[in-house]
Every structure is written in structure tokens, then in C-alpha cells.
Design a protein around this ligand. Structure first.
Ligand code: AMP
Length: 183
């Protein structure tokens, strides 16, 4: 598997815009829209992800709402496999399975369709999101997929805010791969 060079990682990092104090004071929001509209950066990233996952023999990619949809769906078509959206509660129209998780204040809940993996037993699923911060969202998503007995082969993030130690929450659930690490 081909690793990205330091120059390539620095280029990808520089293509992501920092927006201070969004959505609230003290948060530096990592804005990946500036990576997506940069054809050199987006293509480099997708080439790398395709190269990494082409021999994983995956059945599905599950992407977390909403930026996980963009990277997940793009990768799924490159690998010639299906895509499953993991959505916030109340958005999916058919029967769902759900998982609650704690936020800084209160709870949130994510869902997938009960037949999202087309009744393939022990489907090999790659979970993907743009960023892992505290890890709560990805932990809930991995638990949700396991709840319906599918195999979460790996969780993939474009950016890992390492200082928040989010990947520790996934330790007992799946492996973690982050393209870029901050902190
Ligand atoms: P967490 O559950 O704390 O790991 O938060 C992860 C989710 O929140 C992901 O879907 C991210 O897209 C989003 N998120 C959290 N922090 C940031 C940030 N600093 N910049 C951009 N997105 C973020």
C-alpha cells in the first residue's frame, strides 16, 4: 500500500481551511470544502484512498452525515461497491436501527436502514467520516453497524484531531486509519 509523502500530506492539510469560532467560540472548524473544490487535492486524496482500500475486499462503505457522504460515496464508486448513509435521527424514510450517543450537552442519535446492507451476512464495511474529534459519533456509528451483525473492517477519517484522543473510543470496536493527523 502506497503511503502519502510528507509533502503530499502538507499539501492536503494546506488545502483545508481553518474557520475559527465556528459553530461556536473556541472551535477551529476544519472546512473541507476547500479540499473538495481543489481538483488536485481531491484527486490526490481519492487516489490514495482507492489505493489503500482496493484489496480490502469490502462489501460496503458507510458514510457518516454529512461530509462522510461525500468521501464515502466517491470512494464506493471507485471501488465498485455500495454506499450506506449513516444519518441523524428522523431523516431516513424506511424502518431504521438507531444508536444514541452523548454530546457535550445532552444526546444525539444516528440511524441506518434496517436493510441497508442488503441482508448480506457479515458484510465487510468500511466506516468513513471527514474528521474524528472526540470520537463519539464514530463510536456510535460502529456500534450501530455491529448491532445488525456486520463487520466494521476499519474506520477511516481524512483528519484526526489527535489531541482529543477520539480513536481510543474505537479501540475495542475496529481499527482506525487517519489520512492526516493534527496535534
Ligand atoms: P466527534 O463525535 O466529537 O468525533 O465529532 C465528529 C463529527 O463532528 C464529525 O462528523 C465532524 O465532521 C464534526 N466535527 C467535530 N469537530 C470538528 C471540527 N473542528 N471541524 C470540522 N468538523 C468537526
Amino acid at each position: 500500500m502506497k503511503e502519502l509523502t510528507k509533502e503530499q500530506k502538507d499539501f492536503l492539510l494546506s488545502s483545508i481551511r481553518d474557520v475559527p469560532d465556528f459553530p461556536k467560540p473556541g472551535i477551529i472548524f476544519k472546512d473541507v470544502t476547500t479540499l473538495l473544490n481543489n481538483k488536485k487535492a481531491f484527486t490526490l486524496l481519492m487516489d490514495h484512498l482507492e489505493e489503500r482500500y482496493k484489496n480490502y475486499d469490502l462489501d460496503f462503505i458507510a458514510g457518516i452525515e454529512s461530509r462522510g457522504f461525500i468521501f464515502g460515496a466517491a470512494l464506493a464508486t471507485r471501488l465498485g461497491i455500495g454506499f450506506v448513509p449513516v444519518r441523524k435521527k428522523g431523516k431516513l424514510p424506511y424502518t431504521t436501527v438507531s444508536e444514541k450517543y452523548a454530546l457535550e450537552y445532552g444526546f444525539d442519535e444516528i440511524e441506518i436502514h434496517i436493510d441497508a446492507f442488503r441482508e448480506i451476512k457479515d458484510a465487510k464495511v468500511l466506516l468513513i467520516d471527514d474528521l474524528i474529534a472526540t470520537g463519539g459519533t464514530a463510536e456510535a456509528a460502529a456500534k450501530l453497524i455491529k448491532k445488525i451483525h456486520e463487520d466494521v473492517v476499519e474506520a477511516c477519517f481524512i483528519i484526526n484531531l489527535k489531541f482529543l484522543k477520539g480513536e481510543e473510543k474505537l479501540k475495542n470496536l475496529t481499527k482506525v486509519y487517519s489520512v492526516l493527523e493534527i496535534g
